[in-house]
Design a protein around this ligand. Structure first.
Ligand SMILES: NC(=O)c1ccc[n+]([C@@H]2O[C@H](COP(=O)([O-])OP(=O)(O)OC[C@H]3O[C@@H](n4cnc5c(N)ncnc54)[C@H](OP(=O)(O)O)[C@@H]3O)[C@@H](O)[C@H]2O)c1
Length: 266
């Protein structure tokens, strides 16, 4: 019920001149199947899913695409013309789209990447980085087994590293991404020393409450350009619209500004 997604999608209904609305629905886990089945008779074009429904919904919808299977979660459901439910995951497009909009010169193969954290957000980030051609991904997680599981499932350039190697893992990277919940409002800060981070490296966070995490504040004060997490949320929206309505709205400065003001509570 604290989601900022209605603000974003309702901005796009206005931008696109479409009559419609995006509503937050608080669904208990035991009601998820009934809620998803109700989308079609209630006239919804689809929905997004957030914590804790992203995994459970996979077993409820009629078809899940390969991207969502790989990431292990669905973030978006489409009600098809025949009433069946299709699930996909656009979080990786959000992460990559945001990087490209805010840092147009960014390239995944510019150098090694460090990804801190191995939860659901991390899986989408790692998938996106691999799709973009990252050659080396150092995946560090407090629970090593979860990083190892991603490395095994995704293969390719991902190498799992134990938590106590997180500071050294920044040596020579071009990009470092925090995908842990550390630094989020109400959580302790991410314990990561930036001494080894090259001055040219780009630090990114997928957290957007606060808008600038303590990790990014520390990096900015060290002179780095930084990428915050709000843009990931913004940029997973247009691919969903493409599926729901066959139009692609744009992430404007005005929208970003409205979202920032809403999150900052002004
Ligand atoms: N911008 C966006 O669109 C977007 C999208 C998705 C997620 N997010 C944000 O990303 C963050 C993570 O979400 P998620 O869905 O990936 O959560 P998740 O699946 O629960 O994963 C949480 C991650 O944080 C790590 N962690 C938790 N407490 C820790 C601690 N005390 N010390 C070190 N590591 C710790 C976990 O490590 P263990 O494996 O050891 O538990 C795990 O790697 C949240 O802030 C969420 O809001 C943003």
């Amino acid at each position: 019920m604290h989601s900022r997604s209605p603000l974003m999608h309702n901005y796009w209904f206005e931008q696109q001149g479409l009559t419609g609305t995006y509503v937050p629905l608080a669904i208990e886990p035991e009601g998820l199947a009934a809620a998803l089945r109700a989308l079609q008779p209630l006239g919804f074009a689809g929905c997004n899913l957030t914590i804790p429904h992203k995994q459970d919904a996979m077993a409820i919808v009629d078809e899940v695409d390969d991207v969502a299977k790989r990431i292990g979660a669905i973030s978006c459901v489409v009600v098809r013309d025949d009433g069946s439910l299709f699930g996909t995951n656009n979080d990786w497009l959000g992460f990559i789209g945001n990087l490209k909009q805010t840092q147009p010169d960014w390239r995944a193969d510019a150098g090694p990447v460090a990804v801190i954290g191995a939860g659901g957000g991390s899986r989408a980030v790692c998938y996106g980085l691999m799709q973009e051609g990252a050659k080396e991904i150092r995946l560090v997680n407090r629970t090593l087994e979860k990083a190892e599981a991603i490395a095994e499932e995704f293969g390719g350039p991902i190498r799992a590293l134990p938590w106590d190697e997180r500071h050294d893992a920044l040596d020579g990277v071009a990009l470092v991404v925090n995908t842990t919940s550390q630094g989020m409002v109400g959580q302790s800060e991410l314990d990561l020393h930036l001494d080894r981070l090259p001055k040219t490296a780009l630090p990114a966070d997928i957290i957007y409450t606060p808008l600038e995490s303590p990790f990014l504040t520390q990096a900015r004060e060290r002179g780095h350009a930084t990428v915050g997490g709000l843009g990931m949320l913004l940029h997973q929206g247009p691919p969903a619209w493409k599926l729901w309505f066959d139009v692609e709205p744009t992430v404007t400065e005005e929208l970003r500004d409205r979202m920032e003001r809403s999150i900052a509570g002004t």
